[in-house]
Design a binder for this molecule. Sequence first.
Ligand code: MG
Ligand code: MG
Length: 257
Amino acid sequence: MINLKTDEEIEILRENNLLVSKTLAEVGKHIKPEITTLELDRIAEEFIRDNGAEPGFLGYNGFPNTLCISVNSVVVHGIPSNYRLQEGDIVSVDCGTKMKGFYGDSAYTFAVGTISAEAANLLKITKECLFKGIEQINSGARTGDISNAIQTHAERHGYSVVREMIGHGLGRNMHEKPDVPNYGKKGNGAKLQSGMVICIEPMINAGKRDIYIEDDGWTVRTCDKKYSAHFELAVAIRDKGKADILSTFKFIEDTIN
Ligand code: MG
Ligand code: MG
């Protein structure tokens, strides 16, 4: 069942997702060689609580922290630790909030200092995949149109698409219907309707698509240990199939550029 949101509920979702966007920018300011991923997690938790919300991921299905921090070959769900970021790392930071009964959820992959041209291209193409997906949102579109646009763009550049984790509806629950895979066929999947709120989140691998979960039960890593990148925004579908993007990378990109 797909929970369609009222205009008022979409505004609460926007508040949550803007706070996530600002939290990611705050974290981004501190992404430098030598900081530990656990220090980044504390910065995010304090920022979220100072802004009147709760971390959305902390305790979610038992997840131990505020942020999922996924470095280099980690795809998603990395647990913050004493690992110190190094020049040349790429680091995906996924953040959730909960406020007024609704969730926010967004992710950005940052460069630590100067990164290789190979890593920089993966970040560029993965972010483009996300916006190619959003461009598909239109009156009469289906989730498969988004999926297909993401897959096509990634594979055109020689990258592969993770299958096991996908985008999702967002609302009073972190993960709702409809599913929004990052691969698939045009014309398949749920029809987009006014009041739907979805998270589109391509997870794109530089090498093969195969992944495994480490012994901690969370960390998802590429089998070939090549880089993986992840970008995520929450989008509401409004009247006439118009996309209303609830989160934004503006705060991040104003900070890091
Ligand atoms: Mg997320
Ligand atoms: Mg998500």
